[in-house]
Design a protein around this ligand. Structure first.
Ligand code: SF4
Length: 393
């Protein structure tokens, strides 16, 4: 069981974007002429309520979405100031805000810095205009370097760039070029995600109607291998399936998720978990406002985490990390010795050179290419392949 002395993460979900990207399955809506103020006001109420009754000390803050930096400056300032009031700022080890290229200027950058933001995660995605168009992103490659410059000028300590590979029409050379240009900007952290076709997105509908040709599986694997090689050459250490950091710049907030630590979620669609119970808020702007007004909370769903579910969650999250699944933590929290529990499934995976076993069970480089298979095999050995939890982040 988690102790209350353990710190926790705080996630805030701002669900507004300039437009909705074709591949996106996060809860976000195009801001258009919407008045964002009513939602922000209710988020301040939820923040206050969640933190005043919380026995754990918040150690990391992540304000994501959506595009938080799209909020009008006064609302962004209100949100940042409310966060500062609700946490003990000296205890905060990391404060991240997500931004998109061309959504930060000196005013907003200065506001982030003054509020104690230590890290900005920017959705660069690609340095190819054609790929950004295929993703229905509204920024251009030329918007990325000036946005990074603004953040640096304003004194933001760490910058992450998100990139996507496996985009329709992408070649190994164009991916190499995106990586090269990202490295050239000297960020502290880079995340490289393989494009996924999520149910209900426009991109998936295009795929179903043969209007898009997906990247061939072998090519996508080559892109992933190239990513690991080029970023290692540039002295970024891979510490998770998609995450690469300069020394000391790993994302502490995400590490807490991957190590199955507790977190509080605020805002529509945000999830929170104290180690025993998980909740998820309504994924609807008007519904969230209404719920906060009527009930002073906006949970749509909650569940208690029993031991079989915890086992699956630890496998799904900790195996993502290069350090792997902690045998001791698994034994302590689930009351079972993982090597014995995983039995033949683990032996097969070791024989395939997909995992290594020491004080952790960790994916090898080969195993990272088939991570979903490895996780399903180990989850299957716990008896339930289908009980996959909802996890924020
Ligand atoms: S900017 Fe990000 S959150 Fe917003 S629609 Fe695009 S992918 Fe989704």
């Amino acid at each position: 069981m988690l102790s209350t002395n353990e710190g926790c993460g705080l996630y805030l979900h701002v669900p507004f974007c300039e437009t909705k990207c074709g591949y996106c399955d996060f809860f976000s809506v195009a801001v258009k002429d919407r008045d964002t103020a009513p939602l922000v006001a209710r988020m301040l109420g939820e923040l206050d309520g969640r933190l005043s009754g919380n026995p754990r000390r918040v150690r990391t803050i992540y304000c994501g979405g959506g595009t938080p930096t799209i909020l009008p400056p006064a609302q962004l300032a209100d949100l940042l100031q409310a966060i500062r009031r609700c946490v003990e700022m000296p205890a905060i080890e990391e404060f991240t805000v997500e931004a998109n290229p061309a959504t930060v200027d000196d005013e907003k950058g200065g506001m982030l810095k003054a509020a104690g933001v230590t890290r900005v995660s920017m959705g660069a995605q690609s340095f190819s205009s054609a790929e950004l168009e295929a993703l229905e992103r509204i920024h251009s490659p030329e918007d990325i370097p000036p946005s990074v410059d603004v953040l640096r000028r304003c004194g933001i300590g760490q910058i992450n760039l998100d990139l996507i590979f496996g985009v329709p029409g992408q070649t190994i050379e164009s991916w190499r070029e995106s990586l090269r240009r990202a490295i050239e900007l000297e960020p502290d952290h880079i995340c490289c995600y393989g494009l996924t076709y999520e149910p209900g997105t426009r991109l998936t509908a295009q795929l179903q109607h043969d209007r898009v040709i997906p990247c061939e599986e072998g090519l996508e694997a080559d892109m992933y291998e190239l990513t690991m090689d080029l970023l290692a050459e540039a002295r970024f250490e891979q510490y998770e399936i998609s995450a690469y950091a300069k020394p000391g710049c790993q994302c502490k907030h995400n590490l807490n998720y991957w190590r199955n630590g507790p977190y509080i979620g605020v805002g529509p669609s945000a999830a929170g978990c104290d180690g025993q119970r998980r909740y998820k808020n309504v994924s609807d702007v008007a519904g969230y406002v209404r719920a906060m007004d009527e009930r002073n909370e906006a949970e749509a769903d909650s569940e208690f985490i029993d031991t079989p579910m915890l086992m699956i969650e630890m496998i799904m999250m900790q195996l993502r990390l290069n350090e792997g699944l902690s045998i001791e933590a698994f034994r302590e929290r689930c009351g079972a010795a993982p090597v014995a529990l995983f039995g033949d499934a683990l032996t097969r995976l070791v024989d395939l050179a997909a995992v290594e076993v020491g004080d952790h069970i960790a994916l090898t480089r080969k195993g990272r290419l088939v991570a979903n298979y490895v996780m399903a095999e180990l989850a299957g050995a716990c008896g339930d392949r289908d009980a996959l939890p909802f996890v924020t982040g």
